[in-house]
Design a protein around this ligand. Structure first.
Ligand SMILES: C[S@@+](CC[C@H](N)C(=O)[O-])C[C@H]1O[C@@H](n2cnc3c(N)ncnc32)[C@H](O)[C@@H]1O
Length: 273
């Protein structure tokens, strides 16, 4: 299976052929990921950019293709200009709304429970120790599953090869996925998902040999999962550290004596300018 990484802004999704992708698995930055000191918290600007990304995802997916969107709500004091109070921002539902506006249909949703105990040492947001402004710790995220209208026709032998075992099926159709967060053991990126998240989604929403796309690739978790599932992949990542992050993530996740070697093509955005 081939894997291609574009060290590039995902505005270059325009370069991917229409109807050439079977599944999108991704987790966008939480608006603040690229936040620089003094920069505006441009929430509406982010959603407007995300709308363009969703339009491209809709274009590149085959009819009947799936789009799994992992996203969480955020807490910030920069959302409203008229006061300096902390507010919870419904980033998940807002992103879902943007994706639906691009034409996707809502198929299902899961809650990824990232683990609880670690938050006992987390920040005490709000008015602690006094009442009125208490914010619960972020220990779950949404995984929205959308579909592009239409139906896929797939050979029976490919369906057979892509089967999910009864044990996996029973576990994966639980609405609540308890998968321990891995951010604490990774210093080279602030917001990763465990490979188990894209691994399940790829097994559930694509067939062996399919093409999986992640427009916010980060450390390459989606590519690693696609490799383990026998699917091809393409990823876009804007960070110039992209290759080094992927290299570190590969060494964390893949067992050299058991897993097949993962190689990928690499193109830098600078080559296009
Ligand atoms: C939440 S992280 C994804 C992490 C990934 N799921 C993982 O496990 O490594 C979002 C990523 O999107 C990247 N990003 C932000 N804006 C982008 C853009 N316009 N084009 C491509 N990548 C972008 C950020 O650099 C960040 O690495």
């Amino acid at each position: 299976m081939t894997h291609q990484v574009y060290r590039a802004d995902n505005k270059y999704l325009t370069r991917i052929d229409a109807e050439s992708v079977h599944l999108v698995v991704t987790s966008p930055p939480y608006v603040t990921t690229e936040f620089k000191r003094g920069q505006d918290f441009d929430y509406d600007g982010f959603l407007a950019t995300f709308a363009i990304v969703c339009e491209q995802l809709y274009r590149v997916l085959v009819p009947g293709g799936r789009f799994a969107l992992n996203v969480a709500d955020i807490v910030t004091k920069y959302r409203h200009d008229d006061e300096d109070s902390i507010a919870r921002v419904p980033f998940g539902p807002d992103c879902l709304h943007v994706a639906l506006s691009a034409g996707f249909r809502y198929l299902d949703r899961y809650i990824w429970d990232k683990g609880f105990t670690r938050n006992f040492g987390g920040p005490l947001l709000g008015s602690y120790p006094y009442p009125l402004s208490l914010f619960n710790n972020n220990y779950f995220e949404y995984i929205f599953v959308l579909r592009k209208p239409g139906k896929r026709k797939v050979k029976q032998e490919v369906r057979e090869e892509s089967k999910v075992s009864i044990e996996e099926w029973r576990l994966w159709v639980q609405q609540w996925w308890r998968i321990e967060s891995e951010s604490e053991r990774v210093s080279f990126h602030r917001a990763i998902f465990p490979v188990e998240v894209p691994y399940r989604l790829i097994r559930m929403y694509s067939y062996v040999g399919d093409h999986v796309l992640d427009p916010y690739l980060g450390t390459g978790a989606t590519m690693i999962a696609a490799h383990l599932c026998g699917r091809a992949s393409t990823g876009f990542e804007i960070s110039t550290d992209c290759q080094s992050m992927i290299h570190k993530r590969k060494s964390l996740e893949l067992r050299p004596l058991i897993d097949p070697e993962l190689t990928y093509g690499y193109t830098d955005e600078d080559e296009w300018n």
